[in-house]
Design a binder for this molecule. Structure first.
Ligand code: FEO
Length: 171
């Protein structure tokens, strides 16, 4: 079934936003690598994998629904960080922006009575809930433990344990 052009274009742009997210989180990982916090860097490298997986899910969906996918230009991330909290706050703000973007796609699907796309986006709505919770938790953990060297060391070790699990969606 061919997808509505406006909705298709919005999902195509969402692919771009997800790949930009991966690009953005690469710069976060770079910051923490430079600081010697390899656990934090690992967390964001796993996040890069997650974002690329999100992009691939959307690409597969559009291809399966007769939409000609276009790879759009990826913007250069422009964030600069002065302390270890900055990337965590930027990540939370970015995830809220992505949630709003997913919600806009959902609104378009809803207006079209496109129940198939709504079902796809249900997964993204849930995923964004988890993304925001993770980002918010990282800020709280840093507030609680980040000012103490031992606490920061323990946090870094915890984030080192994060591993990538591919989402249970067809790509
Ligand atoms: Fe794909 Fe972090 O949203």
């Amino acid at each position: 079934m061919a997808i509505d052009a406006t909705l298709g274009n919005a999902l195509n742009e969402q692919i771009n936003k997800e790949i930009y997210s991966a690009y953005l989180y690469l710069t976060f990982a770079d910051y923490y690598e430079d600081r010697g916090l390899k656990g934090f860097a690992n967390w964001y490298m796993i996040q890069v994998e997650e974002e690329l997986a999100h992009a691939k899910i959307l690409r597969r969906y559009l291809l399966d629904n007769e939409y000609q996918v276009k790879m759009l230009a990826i913007a250069q991330p422009d964030k600069t960080f002065t302390n270890d909290m900055d990337p965590l706050i930027a990540a939370y703000e970015h995830e809220k922006y992505i949630t709003a973007s997913i919600n806009e796609c959902y609104t378009l699907a809803y207006e079209q009575h496109d129940f198939r796309t709504m079902q796809l986006l249900d997964w993204f709505v849930k995923e964004q809930g988890e993304e925001e919770t993770n980002a918010s938790d990282m800020i709280k953990n840093m507030e609680l433990f980040g000012n103490d060297a031992k606490g920061l060391f323990e946090l870094d070790r915890e984030y080192q344990a994060r591993a990538f699990t591919a989402p249970a969606m067809s790509m």
